[in-house]
Design a protein around this ligand. Structure first.
Ligand code: DON
Length: 586
């Protein structure tokens, strides 16, 4: 174990011992909670890791995908910050600590709920640049140029992360920016130990990196390895400029000049004007009653609406006695709810500034009834065509989520991203920042799948200034009395909404503990490919022979859930045992 790794671990342990009590493993949780739950074990090894990935506190909890990002949040909390300061500190920190997942040239969403003040949905996602049209990505014969939305200068949209964090912190935070950004600055300047997931991302993308990027993520002209120290000098300087100039830095500062200078070699695809014109969008969260709670989630172009539809459809199907009983019936209900929701996403999803997403219709009781009638006909007739198609292997992890909740119900749920692993795999020289590849979240042509196998329609076609459709669905749940109950979200591309669904299903319907709910094997269906994905642990309980009307693939669900819940006066934070993070708190 390297010095830095040990030092990090000691810091985490310091926080853990200083501020938490741990609960013993709840032995009864795997038994007797309904046939579906008792049939299914946790994902491999999850119970052994429980002490690391679960945290109980009373004042505040944060769950993020790096111990030092959680620690950054707690550091500013201890200095008198509120949940929004915690959000800002951990967001800047995670952009330094997970540069393959997110970063200051990326974008994201945040739901902020401050019971005494109000609730907001912030969209600081990337936008298509003014020049952005599908013609950049098509051959003269109208076919798609392979890989152009995935890597390189043209795969990036105009970033919004910095403006988003700064605006939210300015509106609702308490601490000065230099305090909030201090941990991120330290991590960039002094470095941190490279962990397995980051080392893997570096080695995987190494051949595609431009020279500026290789300089940061390489040692002696080879990919940096696990356990080695990653120092990001240019990034530290960029953070310093943000402290000094605040939002001006990404409107007209040095960073903007460096980015537009980089783009002078790429037809000025992104310009200084694109930065000047960038606006964070603030709206009311999308609000709906589901499963006895009020959910606050991101409106389109997020997939929050499809998450709610999925939950509504499941409830509607549960009311009918025409579905098979037991586990098979439950898998059908969940799968069909997912199928319809992802079909809606493919057909209707897009930037509401450009296309009409019929949110009220999708959330209406009559819609859930009508769609369930259609599913019921299929189930009752038994004439389901068994799909047979090739599917893409899921991508590795990237993107990140942070959940924060304090004892007064103040909460932030934020998902941030540069999209694929290391985004465009291009570093803008002099900034230490990696470009996103979020243009791939547009549907280049109707029906052409993106990185996550998702298809879209004209509603999600590339247009200047438009925001690409997103699966990111940060959410907050309030209980029947209006008190904040749960904060949840995940990275994982197309599997984000289903990871949240699976966790809420376990926690609210099957009444498992939050830890077990996060770490249970999952079910996923995304309309296309027409296939049910089940975690390998369920293979024996649910062999293909029991589900003859589906094509089943047993494969690890990719999304990592980060959630915090309130149970009485206890706050319980869980970070997905598939990830590198830990929840921390007081
Ligand atoms: O916004 C989206 O839907 C994607 N850019 C999210 C990417 C993601 O979560 C990748 N994780 N595997």
């Amino acid at each position: 174990m390297s010095f830095y790794r040990r030092a990090n671990l000691l810091l985490v342990l310091f926080f853990v011992f200083q501020s938490c009590e741990t609960i013993p493993f709840l032995q009864d949780s795997l038994n007797g909670k309904g046939s579906f739950s008792s049939a299914i074990p946790q994902v491999e090894g999850a119970s052994a890791k429980r002490d690391r990935y679960e945290f109980i506190g009373k004042e505040i909890i944060i769950s993020s995908d790096h111990p030092l990002a959680s620690q950054a949040g707690m550091e500013v909390w201890k200095q008198g910050g509120n949940v929004v300061d915690v959000f800002a500190a951990s967001s800047f920190a995670i952009s330094v600590l997970r540069p393959h997942s997110t970063g200051l040239l990326g974008g994201g969403f945040a739901i902020v709920h401050l019971p005494a003040k109000g609730k907001w949905a912030y969209d600081f996602r990337e936008r298509s640049p003014k020049k952005g049209t599908s013609s950049f990505y098509l051959n003269p014969d109208g076919t798609v140029i392979s890989g152009k939305t995935l890597k390189g200068a043209y795969s990036a949209g105009v970033p919004g992360t910095v403006q988003g964090i700064l605006q939210i912190q300015k509106q609702h935070g308490k601490l000065p920016l230099n305090v909030v950004m201090a941990p991120a600055f330290r991590y960039a300047k002094n470095g941190f130990s490279v962990y397995g997931d980051l080392a893997l991302a570096v080695s995987k993308t190494w051949p595609d990196m431009n020279p500026a990027m290789k300089k940061v993520f390489g040692i002696d002209n080879r990919a940096i390895r696990e356990g080695e120290l990653l120092i990001q000098e240019d990034l530290a300087k960029t953070l310093e400029r943000i402290v000094e100039n605040a939002e001006k830095e990404f409107l007209e500062g040095e960073t903007v000049k460096l980015v537009s200078n980089y783009y002078s070699e790429y037809e000025n695809f992104i310009t200084e004007d694109d930065f000047k014109n960038y606006q964070v969008r603030t709206t009311e969260p999308l609000q709906s009653s589901v499963w006895g709670y009020t959910i606050l989630t991101m409106p389109p172009p997020s997939s929050g609406v499809h998450l709610i539809t999925m939950m509504n459809l499941y409830s509607e199907m549960q009311k009918r006695n025409t579905f098979p009983s037991g586990n098979v019936g439950e898998i059908i209900r969940i799968t069909e709810a997912m199928r319809v929701s992802y079909r809606d996403r493919a057909e209707l999803g897009g930037d509401p500034g450009f296309t009409n997403v019929p949110v009220s219709k999708l959330l209406s009781a009559s819609y859930a009834k009508d769609e369930t009638n259609e599913i019921e006909k299929k189930v009752v007739s038994g004439s389901w065509p068994v799909p047979k198609e090739e599917i893409k292997k899921p991508e590795a992890y990237n993107t990140t989520h942070i959940s924060i909740l304090d004892k007064d119900g103040n909460a932030v749920s934020t998902t941030q991203s540069i999209n694929g692993i290391f985004g465009a795999v291009q570093m803008v020289p002099g900034t230490g920042l990696v470009l996103n590849n979020t243009m791939d979240d547009f549907a280049i042509l109707p029906g052409v799948p993106n990185l996550y196998g998702l298809v879209g329609s004209k509603a999600n076609a590339i247009e200047p200034g438009k925001t690409p459709l997103s699966s990111m669905s940060p959410s907050i749940l309030l209980d029947g009395t209006g008190k904040t109950k749960l904060v949840i979200g995940a990275p994982g591309g197309s599997q984000i909404p289903t990871s949240i669904f699976n966790t809420l299903y376990r926690y609210l319907v099957q009444k498992e503990s939050l830890y077990e709910s996060v770490s249970y094997p999952r079910i996923h269906h995304q309309f296309q490919p027409d296939r049910v994905f089940l975690d390998p642990e369920i293979k024996e309980s649910f062999p293909q022979s029991e589900l003859p009307f589906y094509q089943v693939q047993y494969i690890r669900h990719r999304a990592k859930v980060f959630a915090v819940t309130r149970e009485g006066d206890r706050l319980i934070g869980v970070s997905d045992p598939k990830g590198e993070g830990v929840p921390l708190g007081f």
